[in-house]
Ligand binder design. Structure first.
Ligand code: BEZ
Length: 407
């Protein structure tokens, strides 16, 4: 018997038991009248099993932890429930290893029988997961990985994203840098889907405004031997550098860039992953670096103030974009469960509820495109002390073009 069959059966059993209890109470007259609404209000509505497939080891471990923290914080703020259902977790460390992705995703779907798959950070892993989710018709929420295909050429009704496409923050930065008057830029990234697509998004808007990329450079993920590239940048003398790095590798890059003496002479820019969640590790080397992202410190809206103060209390640290994406993954799933009145076997209604969801995230207003990717503000931020302080909205309500998606 499948999990949704069991869920249907247990819901029917609960309804039967509730009715039987009310009938018994009715037989004792007034007592039943006084308590019947309480009986329905307390009806245990069942459970929902969430599969968290995220990294808890390797260069993206901190990102996986922040997403898990954010997701659990939202659930705990709802009393441990989403849409009236008690939340249980099945957890797998995906190690940011694409070679293990299919096996890990199948384990969560087949062995643990999760109702929703939440993951992951690394684009290569997420694309493999999304294929398993599509093949098994399992609902999936991507709380980070930005590969454009996930909500582009390989989009699917049952695959949502609460983070970004690689295109979004990078495209916004191309305009910012062109408007600042930079003409000649060098790019550097890890050589995998996320890095390549970040550079593509940047180039699309930068070159449209007359900028020229004089050299694209890359190294394998998660290599951090940056020295030869820094030597080449010094020799090329571009007006500025645009990079994609994240997690532990980003902190190392910021330090190496400063240590090579480049920070004073060649301004460094990137998508906000370069500086989000790494400022403690990067220290002074990050100061003044400008990035674009769909979250920033100092947004000053009520949802963000509440989110940050709760996060700080629970985890004793300042939240970052990854925590927000995890928080919103839980919030989005709740919208779907509410639309289906907690009936897990009604996936069409869950999906319709998620598609139509509009909420005030800590990041600002958030809605979903037809391809299930967030439509959101992209902010320009500057590192000041230990914060990615918001400077302005670089592009409001930016929607990914979802190239190749025919939903
Ligand atoms: C990615 O692989 O999609 C990714 C990883 C870390 C930060 C941003 C994107």
């Amino acid at each position: 018997m499948s999990r949704s069959d069991r869920s249907r059966l247990s819901q029917a059993t609960l309804a039967f038991r509730s009715k039987a209890l009310v009938a018994t109470l009715a037989s004792v007259g007034g007592f039943a009248l006084a308590t019947s609404s309480a009986v329905f209000a307390q009806t245990p509505a069942g459970k929902v099993k969430v599969g968290l497939m995220l990294p808890s080891s390797g260069t993206y471990a901190g990102l996986g932890t922040a997403i898990t923290n954010g997701f659990k914080q939202y659930v705990d703020e709802q009393g441990g429930k989403l849409g009236g259902l008690q939340v249980e977790y099945a957890i797998v460390d995906d190690e940011s290893n694409p070679a293990k992705a299919v096996e890990n995703a199948r384990k969560l779907i087949k062995r643990d029988e999760v109702d929703v798959l939440v993951g992951t950070v690394h684009s290569g892993v997420a694309m493999a997961m999304a294929k398993v989710a599509r093949d098994n018709k399992t609902l999936m929420i991507v709380p980070n990985a930005g590969a454009d295909e996930i909500t582009g050429a390989q989009c699917a009704k049952n695959v949502f994203r609460t983070s970004f496409s690689m295109w979004q923050p990078a495209y916004a930065m191309g305009k910012v840098m062109a408007d600042k008057g930079f003409k000649k830029v060098v790019t550097l990234t890890w050589n995998y889907a996320a890095g390549k697509q970040s550079i593509d998004g940047f180039k699309e808007s930068f070159t449209k405004k007359g900028g020229v990329v004089i050299k694209d450079m890359s190294l394998p993920f998660p290599n951090v031997e940056f020295q030869p590239f820094l030597t080449e940048i010094a020799a090329l003398k571009p007006d500025a550098v645009f990079v994609f790095f994240a997690g532990g590798g980003a902190a190392k890059f910021l330090k190496d860039y400063e240590a090579a003496g480049l920070k004073k002479s060649i301004p460094l820019y990137g998508s906000g992953f370069l500086t989000d969640g790494v400022l403690q590790a990067a220290g002074e080397s990050a100061t003044g670096v400008m990035t674009t992202l769909h979250y920033a410190d100092g947004l000053n809206n009520k949802e963000d103030k509440d989110f940050r103060s709760n996060y700080q209390k629970r985890f004793n640290m300042v939240p970052d974009v990854y925590a927000v994406q995890g928080y919103d993954a839980a919030q989005l799933y709740e919208a779907g469960l509410k639309a289906a009145a907690g009936k897990l076997d009604q996936q069409d209604k869950i999906i319709a509820g998620m598609q139509a969801a509009k909420f005030d995230s800590p990041r600002g207003p958030m809605a979903f495109s037809k391809a299930n990717n967030p439509i959101q503000n992209v902010y320009l931020r500057e590192v000041k002390g230990s914060l990615n302080q918001v400077s302005s909205i670089a592009t409001p309500n930016l929607e990914d073009p979802a190239r190749g998606c025919s939903l």
